[in-house]
Design a protein around this ligand. Structure first.
Ligand code: PEP
Length: 253
């Protein structure tokens, strides 16, 4: 991806935080702080905040999305949410395969692959999360893990649809731990993903698919990460809960 021409993507993942009034307070507070940002700003809010966030984000540069969805189009799946319910309330994107979902809800690459396909056919942009655990990194398996997650999660996705997919490389050991990958480590993993995409789906897909880094990004680490040649944006958890700190990250882009 030609970084000189591409707009960075800065995405927030609020996880299981923020009531409606907190959602309203955040959006009201951040609006003026990011009004001149050149980044594309995505916020993945809890399901209960979606409608409110979409309404409040009208006429701003905030794009609202969800943190999860089911792979079925609808059905008897108590407690689950379908892609068309998300688009119906105005969500534009959805996180898929976040490591917390893989870890605590046993989501497999096959399930994640079905969700990616369902999101794409529902006009919802999938933000697919991949990343290795500390044990996998230390035993030299990082590249194998990333390759498997990419190939299985994107299996049989039409090449023409791949332009609508965003990938986030999020090393599991860096999520919510305060330990970010260094810019070099992140660049190295991103470069591997870029090459892997090129080998399997061709140079055009590899060149246009945005690759975000996620894992303990803070306002003081954002610019250096964004300066790396294969990093097209950031996915931010903890530091996205506070409007001032998230705005600082957005404005670093
Ligand atoms: C995340 O939840 O995707 C994430 C990167 O979290 P944190 O920034 O808190 O590590």
């Amino acid at each position: 991806m030609d970084k000189k021409q591409s707009v960075p993507i800065i995405a927030a993942n609020w996880k299981m935080y923020k009531t409606l009034s907190e959602t309203e307070q955040f959006i009201t507070q951040i609006k003026p702080l990011i009004a001149k940002a050149k980044a594309r700003v995505l916020v993945a809010v809890p399901f209960t905040s979606l409608k409110t966030a979409v309404d409040l984000a009208k006429d701003t540069n905030l794009i609202i999305g969800a943190q999860n969805m089911n792979d079925a189009s609808e059905g008897a799946f108590t407690g689950e949410i379908a892609a068309k319910m998300l688009t119906d309330v105005g969500a534009k994107f959805v996180l898929i395969g976040h490591s917390e979902r893989r870890q605590y809800f046993n989501e497999s690459n096959a399930f994640i692959n079905r969700k990616v396909k369902r999101a794409l056919e529902s006009n919802l942009q999938p933000l697919l999360c991949i990343g290795e655990t500390l044990k996998e990194r230390e035993s030299g398996e990082m590249e194998d893990v990333l390759a498997t997650q990419l190939s299985e999660s994107l299996q049989d996705v039409e090449t023409s649809s791949l332009k609508n997919v965003i990938i986030a490389y999020e090393p599991v050991w860096a999520i919510g731990t305060g330990i970010s990958a260094t810019a070099d480590m992140a660049q190295q993993a991103h470069h591997f993903c870029r090459e892997y995409l090129a080998q399997h789906w061709g140079a055009e897909v590899a060149g246009t698919m945005p690759l975000l880094y996620g894992g303990s990004v803070k306002p003081n680490t954002a610019a250096e990460l964004l300066g790396q040649s294969d990093i097209n944006g950031l996915l931010v958890g903890g530091a996205s809960l506070d409007a001032t700190s998230f705005a600082a990250i957005v404005n670093a882009g």
